[in-house]
Design a protein around this ligand. Structure first.
Ligand SMILES: *Cc1c(COP(=O)(O)O)cnc(C)c1O
Length: 239
């Protein structure tokens, strides 16, 4: 497909996604300006990121360090880069050089690695969201609120981020667990986010909602929705 045709295609899907966000905000009595669209561009080329930036997208999300680093280097447009994937500690040094936000911090050890790397390699603090496991399943990543694992305890991870010089605690991120009613998952997340805000008033971000469930996320207070498929199309690889 040539660039112009792809641009038209992305413009149409972006329009539709923006309309969905607006309708969800109206239904929830919220200001549409209170929800930031993060375009999840994983598996799609840097040229698509450039086109989206040209269409007014301000925030993009990636989930693999190598791919994200290459894309961030290739894209000239000023964008906020969100890292949303599972992150190994040995990748912290790389991620802090291009990411503006890491949404997937789920252990005190990862927070420590990012803090060290951010203090050394960045001028400005790195925004961090604590990824929450809503069902407590340790296999799928995310901090837990039930005290069962000290390294992955939501409140300890948040405190570690808050105390780190190079990091700024922005709030929470979650993916609705498989087999759960998304509305119920996002309602639980909103409860945890409110508890977190009581201790950390600056932690106002709630990143929740993807292509299939953004409406439920907005209903339950999402400030960021992470949209891939509905914007860019179905991904070929399973990831
Ligand atoms: C891929 C991904 C998304 C986007 O999912 P879609 O269903 O394609 O909109 C959102 N969040 C995370 C963490 C992802 O990995």
């Amino acid at each position: 497909m040539d660039r112009e045709a792809r641009r038209d295609e992305l413009a149409a899907s972006l329009d539709e996604v923006r309309r969905r966000i607006e309708r969800a905000c109206t239904a929830a009595g919220r200001d549409p300006g209170s929800v930031t669209l993060v375009a999840v561009t994983k598996t799609y080329p840097a040229s698509d990121v450039e086109l989206l930036a040209g269409l007014g997208v301000t925030d993009v999300g990636e989930n693999k360090d190598q791919e994200a680093a290459a894309k961030a280097a290739a894209v000239a447009a000023p964008l906020r880069w969100h890292f949303v994937g599972q992150l190994q500690r040995n990748k912290a040094k790389s991620v802090v050089t291009y990411a503006d936000v890491v949404e997937s911090v789920d252990s005190t050890r990862l927070a420590g690695a990012l803090a060290t790397a951010a203090a050394r390699l960045r001028e400005r603090p790195l925004d961090v969201l604590v990824q929450v496991s809503i069902d407590g399943d340790p296999a799928r990543g995310g901090a837990v609120a039930d005290g069962s694992d000290p390294d992955r305890d939501l409140w300890r991870v948040a405190a570690a981020v808050e105390e780190a010089e190079g990091l700024r605690l922005g709030g929470v991120m979650a993916v609705a667990p498989r087999g759960w009613e998304p509305a119920r998952a996002f309602e639980d997340l909103a409860g945890l986010a409110a508890r977190l805000r009581a201790d950390h008033p600056g932690a106002t971000d709630i990143s929740a909602g993807m292509s299939g469930d953004l409406e439920q996320a907005v209903r339950h207070g999402a400030t960021h929705v992470r949209i891939g498929t509905s914007l860019l199309g179905m991904r070929n690889t399973l990831r």
